[in-house]
Write a protein that binds this ligand. Structure first.
Ligand code: SAM
Length: 267
């Protein structure tokens, strides 16, 4: 459903609070998306060194924060949903490295709240599958250079803006090839340049859909370029895992996520 009116952060938070527990149960320590696309892209681009101080923005149930803490990072894991943070903390409590994760309520569209985090700069900032859920990404981009030490990196993983959008039509085609019936799922895209706000499905069966704020690739990158950050890493990945009717097949040649890394200059 396309939405023409501006959407407030309060509205988006109310929806995430309502489905955080469902999401946590389904995500656990990673679904196929996280284990085969989101997590590997984030970890490769972050290239964690033990002792790195990492800020996770929109951490959800903490699936990535736990992985990074397991690699030796000290993680400040933040989200604007207290329900998500409570679930994340409970899920992490028994880990031997639970004390390497600090959970903190943070609205990533709030520039003043972001600036409050700057007491000790981070080696890296990461945000996975969250920028598309925020009505504004400018405040986070503007705060990025001040939150990072010189040379620090900012890594984002988002649904691929070209191939994985709410209004992409999944097209299933069956044809005969060399005497065999072959079924392929592809996508048909008819909108890209016009930003779209709509309600979409994050996980099948979830209690409520949430808002997606869809932007072009250049609109995602522009705020970090304007903040003086240097783009030095890009990845596009498909999801691998069990095939489901109407979903892209595990062997699909289409990427479902785009991941990018920016670096702060060393001066
Ligand atoms: C699709 S989930 C992804 C969660 C997690 N990063 C992951 O990869 O599984 C999006 C997350 O962004 C959070 N979020 C959305 N808008 C936010 C905002 N303005 N500030 C902070 N977190 C936000 C939601 O509460 C939710 O946890």
């Amino acid at each position: 459903m396309t939405i023409d009116q501006p959407v407030s952060v309060a509205e988006t938070r109310e929806i995430w609070d309502a489905k955080a527990r469902f999401w946590d149960e389904r995500m656990g320590e990673g679904n196929a998306w996280h284990l085969t696309a989101v997590g590997p892209a984030a970890e490769e681009l972050l290239a964690i060194t033990p002792g790195d101080r990492v800020l996770d923005v929109g951490c959800g149930n903490g699936v990535l924060a736990r992985r990074l803490a397991g690699l030796g990072a000290a993680v400040t894991a933040t989200d604007f949903s207290q329900v998500f943070l409570d679930a994340a903390r409970e899920r992490s409590a028994s880990l031997p490295y639970a004390d390497r994760i600090t959970w903190r309520l943070l609205d990533a569209t709030d520039g003043a709240a972001l600036r409050d985090l700057t007491a000790e700069p981070f080696d890296a900032i990461v945000t996975t599958m969250a920028l598309q859920d925020m009505p504004e990404i400018g405040p986070l981009a503007a705060a990025t250079p001040t939150l990072l030490r010189p040379g620090g990196r900012f890594v984002a993983v988002i649904p691929h803006p070209c191939f994985n959008t709410v209004d992409a039509v999944r097209v299933t085609e069956t044809r005969e090839v060399n005497g065999e019936m072959l079924t392929e799922v592809g996508i048909r895209i008819s909108r890209y340049l016009t930003p779209l706000t709509s309600l979409g499905v994050g996980m099948r069966g979830e209690p409520r859909p949430h808002h997606y704020f869809e932007r072009t690739v250049s609109a995602y990158l522009a705020p970090w370029l304007a903040a003086g950050m240097v783009l030095d890493g890009l990845q596009e990945r498909p999801v691998r895992g069990p095939s489901r009717p109407g979903s892209l097949a595990p062997e699909s040649d289409l990427p479902v996520i785009l991941a990018f890394r920016f670096r702060r200059g060393t001066s």
